[in-house]
Design a protein around this ligand. Sequence first.
Ligand SMILES: Nc1ncnc2c1ncn2[C@@H]1O[C@H](COP(=O)(O)OP(=O)(O)OP(=O)(O)O)[C@@H](O)[C@H]1O
Length: 207
Amino acid sequence: MLLEGHQLGFRYGREAWLFRGMGFSLRSGEIVGLQGPSGCGKSTLARLLGGYDKPQEGRVLLDGKPLPGKGCHPVQLVLQHPEKAINPRWKLRRTIAEGGEPAEGLLEALGIERHWLDRWPGELSGGELQRCCMARALGPETRFLIADEMTAMLDGITQAQIWHAVLDIARRRELGMLVVSHDGPLLERLCSRVIRFPAAEGIVSGT
Ligand SMILES: Nc1ncnc2c1ncn2[C@@H]1O[C@H](COP(=O)(O)OP(=O)(O)OP(=O)(O)O)[C@@H](O)[C@H]1O
């Protein structure tokens, strides 16, 4: 599968354009990094690719078609702060099930303990919650995963464990991944190419 952005342009309200005429492409099985200074629009691009916001100019296409408007979304985002991404009034079992029935072994691979599922979000640590958000994002319909500073708030050992698990799952399922991070060495280690944002000519990636 191919996730593409064509001639993307976005600005918030009447603010200056964050980007215009931007191209982007990510194929199944590819792991691509996105790096750039704070405030340059990386998370905004991630939101457009995940269908959370619509570009004012250009189009986001999945295999040449617009992103689907209903059902489990094939492009999933995992954000830096899991507590902002989940309903505080739902126990974790329900939150994870939002992404569909988790595949056999997924919870174990992500180091999720069964008894967490019967807890409220406020009863888990940030790292534990983030693992649950990943389980939701890695539901059976997911084809592309966008990890926006996904492990920035975790200690080094937990980061390494989580990336090991996620990369293994991505490889086995041939997911395409966009890794948004300020951590250059992490991107160099994980990704086959790294997009520097914003690129001078407005084209961040072409294939
Ligand atoms: N909902 C919003 N309304 C208005 N402006 C916004 C909104 N969300 C983001 N912005 C602004 O848009 C710009 C780009 O934000 P964005 O979060 O995409 O940047 P980023 O590159 O991901 O930054 P960081 O690396 O700090 O996370 C910033 O100047 C931000 O203040």
